[in-house]
Design a protein around this ligand. Sequence first.
Ligand code: C5P
Length: 285
Amino acid sequence: MISAETFAKVNLGLRVGGRRDDGYHRIDGIFQSVAVADRVSLAASDEDAIAGVGGRPVADDLANLAFRAADAVRDRAGSGQRIELILDKSIPAAAGLAGGSADAAAALAIAGRFFGVKHDVLADIAPQIGSDVPFCLTGGTARVSGRGEIITPMSPMTGFSLVIVVPPFEIATPAAFRTWDDLGEPIGLRFPQSALPPPLRSEGDLYNDLYPAAVVQAPELDDWRADLEQGWGRPVLLSGSGPSLFGFFVDSDEAAGAAATVPTGARFAESCDLVPVGWRITDDS
Ligand code: C5P
């Protein structure tokens, strides 16, 4: 059995360019791994299977991104060995935190170890599984461009904590990008440079260009953001196509205090430290 913990991602900033011929959008963002983790395990099996802890079914069964990732690695290895994946999920789904992509990245990593497939091949497979998978495979702090496949690692970010809040609704990423087109490619929510933690100030103001589209998809998002801004006394930004919102705090103690003040009804409200990797092997026996 090989297991890895795999971390959620937050878009500290996300600029969106025009739509490309293949339907995807050009992006330019600063992506950050945060300490909210799923665990993915892989073992040899008599038949292919994927399950949650205790045998619970997982979304999409064998079409789940994690299984597709492991299957693609097995293909590259030319192996017929059947495998079972177990997902132990803590990252909120459909939240803009790349939970499914993080599971897929861990599945690439552990299947790579299991089938003896090298990292450059895994990096080649990653964008075929999903736009956020290349970042999740690399992790830490990185500038991400292209449609998500061009990863330029940055020095690991330290010296602040986040509080991440997931309001009680979902926003579909394809719908958010389509709405961004329909709205005329707006510049999104701005996070002023002066309110950023010092390690991020060299980036200038940060933006999430998908925010106006996310608000069209879920108008309650703007109320959640305004309430959090008022409660925390600072600007709040959106991760990805949402609905995850987050604020910056000087350390985990201040963040834990702020997480405790989040209005009831959120799907998730926690203080999250930054992590310098996308995933880590926790068991190889
Ligand atoms: O790559 P992934 O399957 O995660 O993307 C989900 C959807 O999000 C795509 O089908 C596309 O509609 C949209 N998307 C996009 N541009 C990106 C990433 C995602 O338009 N760079």
